[in-house]
Design a protein. Structure first.
Length: 307
């Protein structure tokens, strides 16, 4: 019996020593670059977190630059800039058809490549921003590309916003360009101060439209851009010249200006005076009353709608 107890005691001591040895092991020397303590090498292309650090493939620092998962340059010393196993910033990497940095964009579609001269061109010079070519392949050409802002004259001065030129090549001219808002705030609408502006052939308010093509003219009953009498609305002529594309689609009763005319089924009364624009009645029968009717709000001689 005594010998049996001694044997059990010896076995117990041995087991305890083994346990202490296991739980007390310091494996800091085996720690990977990313902080994991696994001795398993990360396979950077199988979609599995092989080393058990919670990150798989390109998301694992072990895969940056190195590619074999053993020491990917987790300190950033290797060439993998974006965590995809490589970088996309050389002529070779930007022309191989491969998404080297694993960010979802390959070659010149990757911002890292777009300014690489000789490969993706780059909208990064006065010449490149005026050659009519999408040098960096981002879908924007010359001054329409934000990359060219430093090389293109913009709509950003009082002069540039009144010269009739689309200086920044964005499809909008002068006061018709949002970039000119601060320089056009005090520019009166065409014809609002002088009805003659609607027949002078000039874009007086700089919004890209002139004379009867400008809405501030063809809504203003004080100008020649409105068919505003019974006679004009029944003579078969486009008196205000607002028909489109060479057609006669806005002649007489086909012109909204003539909605008031009796010949067109209207009341015969216009809504273009202070009295008519403040009586609470839809005098011309077009569905709009007083200052909600553009014949009131746009007509220069009507003053009750100025506020």
């Amino acid at each position: 019996m005594k010998s049996t107890r001694s044997l059990h005691r010896i076995l117990g001591i041995a087991l305890l020593a083994t346990a202490v040895g296991c739980f007390g092991k310091d494996d800091s020397d085996d720690e990977d670059d990313d902080g994991s303590t696994s001795s398993v090498t990360e396979d950077c292309s199988d979609g599995i977190d092989n080393d058990g650090d919670g990150l798989a493939d390109a998301a694992d620092d072990d895969c940056i630059g190195g590619g074999d998962g053993s020491d990917g340059g987790g300190d950033g010393s290797s060439d993998g800039a974006d965590g995809g196993g490589g970088s996309e910033n050389t002529a070779e990497a930007c022309s191989d058809g491969i998404d080297n940095d694993g960010d979802g964009y390959a070659d010149c579609d990757d911002f890292d490549c777009q300014d690489l001269e000789g490969v993706c061109g780059g909208e990064n010079s006065t010449e490149a921003c005026a050659d009519g070519v999408d040098n960096d392949g981002d879908g924007y050409v010359d001054c329409a590309d934000f990359d060219c802002d430093d090389f293109c004259e913009g709509e950003d001065t009082a002069e540039a916003c009144a010269d009739g030129i689309d200086n920044d090549d964005d499809g909008y001219i002068d006061c018709g360009d949002f970039d000119c808002d601060e320089f056009c705030a005090d520019v009166p609408e065409e014809g609002s101060s002088d009805a003659a502006e609607c027949t002078d052939g000039e874009d007086n308010d700089g919004d890209g439209f002139f004379d009867c093509d400008d809405s501030s003219c063809w809504r203003n009953w004080d100008t020649a851009c409105v068919e505003n009498t019974e006679e004009l609305c029944s003579d078969g002529i486009d008196n205000d010249g607002d028909s489109t594309d060479g057609t006669t689609d806005r002649v007489d009763c086909d012109d909204v200006d003539c909605a008031f005319a009796t010949a067109c089924g209207g009341s015969g009364d216009s809504e273009a005076s202070d009295a008519a624009c403040s009586d609470g009645i839809d005098n011309d029968g077009d569905g709009y009353t007083d200052c909600d009717d553009w014949s009131c709000s746009y007509t220069t001689s009507v003053t009750v709608c100025d506020e």
